[in-house]
Every structure is written in C-alpha cells, then in structure tokens.
Design a protein around this ligand. Structure first.
Ligand SMILES: NC(=O)c1ccc[n+]([C@@H]2O[C@H](COP(=O)([O-])OP(=O)(O)OC[C@H]3O[C@@H](n4cnc5c(N)ncnc54)[C@H](OP(=O)(O)O)[C@@H]3O)[C@@H](O)[C@H]2O)c1
Length: 169
C-alpha cells in the first residue's frame, strides 16, 4: 500500500480543515499517481472535495464510523474492514490520500510513501510523523526543487519537490 501527501518543513499537512497550499504541479502529480487506482480517504477529507464527491476515475474507499452512503464510493467502518476490502486489489495500486487521522492510522501498513515537500513553514493544526526521523523509512528518490507558478498556485516564492520513501523495517 502507498501513501501520498504534501508536507511542509514541519511535516504539517493541513490547517483549519484545508490544505496548506494548492500547487498545480502537485495536484497533477497526485492525479498521475492515483488515476485508475484505489484511493483511501477519511470522511473529513471527502467533505473538502468539490460537492463532497469522490474522485473521478478512481476506486474510492471512504472511512467513516457513521452509517453513511456515498454515491460512487464504498464506505468502510474500521481499519479491519478496510484491510479485508483492499485485499482484492494489488497493494501497489492502493493509495492512502488522507487526512491526518487516516495517514496516522495507516502508515504502519504502507510500504511506499510519495511525499511532496513544500519548502516553507505554514501555520498548521495537523501533521504526520517525520519520516526522516524514522529508522523504518528511507528516502529513495528526491528532487529536483521546482518553483511555484504565480499564475496557478496559491503561494509565491516557494520551492517544492517530489520525493519517494520506502519502508526498510
Ligand atoms: N497535505 C495533504 O496532502 C493532505 C491530504 C489530505 C488531507 N489533508 C488535510 O488533512 C486534514 C483532515 O484530516 P482529519 O484527520 O481531520 O480528517 P480525515 O482523516 O480526512 O477524516 C477523519 C474521519 O475519518 C473517519 N475515520 C477515521 N478513522 C477511522 C476508523 N478507524 N474507522 C472508521 N472511520 C474512521 C471518521 O469519520 P466519521 O466522523 O464520519 O466517523 C473521522 O472523523 C485537512 O486539513 C486536510 O486538508 C492534507
């Protein structure tokens, strides 16, 4: 199973229910990795999507403790039920896409993490563990740094880069 997330220098991922920044190249990277695959997300992250609808061209699995139905998605109610459900898919086609509570619970099950690094320190209320400080993870691919596009991105003067981590333990 994979995890895909954008973090800043504090490994922060969100503030007040929203992303830290919208960078078009990162959204395109996210789409290129996840399209045609399976995405796992929490009900709060689903609520941030346009119209609260699941992502197109992907198999969406929503985690919620509530008895809800979501058009175009499957809802699971626990980590155990999730693991039973994802068994049918090749693990390399499954992506954990957030938010914080889902990343934190599912990190131990992930083998690979696609981390976009924003070279900035945002105000934040949600973060994930710093994989650079973990002996369970190793960065196997990083960079180059890229610059944001003021025409399309929500931040100016920020570098970002795509990195890949693999579980070593
Ligand atoms: N930087 C990034 O790449 C990125 C990506 C995604 C999200 N985010 C950010 O992350 C933040 C949202 O994170 P969050 O932690 O508040 O919300 P979340 O993880 O998206 O959703 C939390 C909800 O998931 C359900 N849930 C969690 N664990 C469960 C379990 N074991 N079994 C069943 N259901 C479970 C519960 O839904 P019910 O309440 O319905 O029971 C819970 O309220 C936002 O700021 C968002 O912008 C950042």
């Amino acid at each position: 199973m994979n995890l895909i997330v954008a973090v800043d220098n504090n490994w922060a991922i969100g503030n007040k229910g929203d992303l830290l920044a919208r960078v078009r190249a990162d959204l395109k990277y996210f789409a290129s990795k996840t399209t045609g695959n399976v995405v796992i997300l929490g009900s709060k992250t689903l609520a941030t999507f346009p119209g609260g609808r699941p992502l197109k061209n992907r198999t969406n699995i929503i985690m919620s403790t509530r008895d809800i139905t979501v058009d175009g998605a499957q809802v699971v109610h626990s980590v155990d039920e999730l693991m039973e459900t994802v068994k049918q898919y090749p693990s390399e086609s499954v992506y954990v896409i957030g938010g914080a509570s889902i990343y934190n619970q599912l990190l131990p099950y992930c083998e690979r993490a696609y981390i976009t690094k924003f070279d900035s320190s945002f105000e934040y209320d949600t973060a994930i563990p710093n994989l650079d400080e973990s002996d369970e993870w190793k960065c196997v691919e990083e960079g180059p740094w890229q610059v944001c596009d003021p025409e399309t991105d929500s931040v100016l003067d920020m570098r970002f880069m795509f990195t890949t981590y693999e579980r070593v333990k």
